[in-house]
Design a binder for this molecule. Structure first.
Ligand code: DQQ
Length: 550
């Protein structure tokens, strides 16, 4: 018998059962948040890809109600699957969906449109697919049947709609732009693609997925902009999913006359694998939307299972908790932070006393809350930098490898220090999120890691991933490092350096079946670490599509 509740999360988005993957068409419309997702209503796997668009609504991005599938694979132009896409609200208030269909002829990938049948239904339950679909058939120069995932459409200053579609053009991953006056007739931009995956040492990936292109307010400003905002000087972000299951982004300037994108960091080349990473852990196919209610840009992203899937559970796949996202003061990196609505779930709060010291080799338990669903915010004061180990420069390009080499249980100089989450009382199971400071030339490098080697006794002997990144901080000046983690049974989302470096991980501990989970601050460095702030809130279980939690 399947245990539908086993391993479920308490406040992350999941359908009540079965498989979900990419977020699709998130939008805020008529006072309601809509969220669509790649959904296989027939079981807990992606199966043969004959996917539907699941659809849920929410008033607060926290509690969700399933309102039934928006799209099912029932028409000749999508009978083999309604794949990823986006939603756009047309002038006059009628929402439209652009999505990829796998058609009835050799599963060719084509772009389709669907309209909300009754725009005044607050739940937008019914969608109609006009018979003129596909509105963008497969172009002749596209190879490998890779032509998919239309972005949210935006309007140029000439009044025409634009949409970007990921396409393999003659073997090279590209972004094609199409223009339309009426949302039904689309013409390919005659100029070069908006992006071509070239790299200095040859071609980049042939397959790109789930592009996202959106404008940003001034560097450092937390407000968001509507996708069509194109005032002078506005910077855009181009996000690509690279088929290796990683999301990368580049800030740059989008020109709506030529439909071109000039990267702010051209030295990173055209292969998005060398761009900035959206999340250094396990997260893919992200998609953002402009939330006019709170004037912010909000990011959704799929977080897949890492233990081989949901056959035994009856469900698989969650979404990262929605994150507000803005451009950092340097105009090059993004900052991500859980949307403030998470605070409505906060119940009991505990903490460590101000300036608690965690001695070398020590741990301090943060007790008194149910820590398997918690929001933890900590600031660590960096101890004597003299103790920092010297960085072997071979690791500069491979922070993940360095985390694998120097995991949480290997004592160091400055660090490892951080948090142990989802820990069993005997510590046989725990997931560590930590920092380690290295000396490099006349400066310092701060490594952030998630170490899953002890996350589950079940996983022992099984290959498990390491996640690592160098933070962009001047630790000799700041002398403190911040870490926020959202813990939710089988997922931990970590935000280092106030959201500049994010790391999402899944773990499948066994102890919750018989005992409660614990939370610790730890320090296996050479000197004591002062914790200048540590607050942890127990989070209530949100109402998510009628699903239960363990
Ligand atoms: N998932 C969808 C595709 C997309 C891929 C199919 C990314 O549209 O390219 O489920 O995870």
């Amino acid at each position: 018998a399947q245990n539908l509740n086993h391993g479920r999360t308490a406040y992350h988005f999941q359908p009540a059962r079965c498989w979900q993957n990419d977020p699709n068409g998130p939008m805020y419309h008529n006072g309601m948040y809509h969220f669509f997702y790649q959904y296989n209503p027939r079981g807990p796997t992606w199966g043969d890809g004959k996917l539907s668009w699941g659809h849920s609504v929410s008033g607060d991005l926290v509690n969700w109600a399933d309102v039934g599938n928006a799209l099912d694979p029932t028409s000749p132009f999508d009978v083999n699957g309604c794949w990823s896409g986006s939603a756009t609200v047309l002038p006059g208030g009628r929402p439209a969906i652009l999505y990829t269909g796998m058609d009835d002829a050799d599963k060719a990938q084509v772009q389709n449109v669907a309209f909300a049948k009754n725009p005044s239904d607050p739940l937008l339950r019914e969608w109609e697919k006009p018979s003129c679909n596909p509105v963008i058939p497969m172009p002749e120069d596209v190879t490998g049947n890779n032509f998919r995932d239309p972005t949210e459409a935006w309007r140029g200053r000439d009044g025409l709609w634009r949409v970007a579609v990921a396409a393999e053009v003659a073997g090279v991953g590209s972004l094609l732009v199409y223009r339309s006056a009426d949302f039904l007739h689309w013409e390919r931009n005659p100029g070069p693609p908006l992006h071509v995956a070239s790299s200095r040492d040859g071609d980049g990936p042939a397959v790109l997925e789930c592009p996202d292109l959106f404008p940003m307010a001034a560097p450092g400003a937390m407000e968001g902009l509507d996708v069509s905002a194109s005032r002078a000087g506005v910077l855009h972000v181009l996000k690509l999913s690279d088929f290796a299951k990683e999301d990368h982004y580049m800030v740059g300037r989008y020109d709506d006359e030529e439909d071109t994108f000039a990267p702010a960091e051209p030295e990173r080349g055209g292969d998005c694998a060398n761009w900035r990473r959206l999340d250094h852990g396990h997260l893919y196919a992200s998609k953002s939307f402009y939330d006019a209610r709170k004037k912010r840009r909000v990011l959704w992203a799929w977080v897949d299972e890492t233990d081989g899937g949901g056959e035994g559970r009856g469900w698989a796949g969650i979404q990262a908790f929605p994150r507000a996202m803005w451009l950092d003061t340097d105009g090059k990196r993004l900052v991500q932070w859980p949307v403030e609505e998470i605070e409505t779930l906060r119940r009991k709060r505990v903490g460590l006393q101000w300036a608690t010291e965690v001695e070398a080799g020590g741990r301090k338990e943060i007790a008194g809350i149910v820590s398997s669903q918690a929001d933890v915010q900590a600031v660590f004061e960096v101890p004597n930098l003299e103790d920092a180990e010297t960085l072997d420069p071979k690791w500069l390009q491979d922070p993940k490898g360095l985390c694998a080499e120097k995991g949480a249980s290997l004592p160091g100089g400055v660090g490892p220090f951080g948090l142990l989450v989802m820990a069993s009382g005997d510590l046989k199971e725990h997931t560590a999120i930590f920092f380690r400071v290295f000396k490099h030339l006349d400066t310092y490098k701060v490594l952030m890691c998630t170490d899953l080697t002890k996350s589950s006794t079940k996983a022992e002997g099984i290959k498990i991933p390491f996640y690592g990144a160098f933070l962009d901080v001047e630790v000799d000046k700041d002398r403190s490092l911040s870490l926020r983690t959202l813990i939710d049974h089988t997922v931990v989302e970590s935000f280092g350096d106030r959201g500049r470096t994010c790391m999402t991980a899944r773990m499948y501990p066994e102890h919750p079946a018989t005992s409660r989970s614990r939370l610790y601050a730890f320090n296996y460095g050479a000197g004591a670490v002062k914790v200048s702030k540590l607050e942890a809130w127990e989070l209530a279980t949100a109402a998510v599509n009628g699903g239960g939690v363990i």
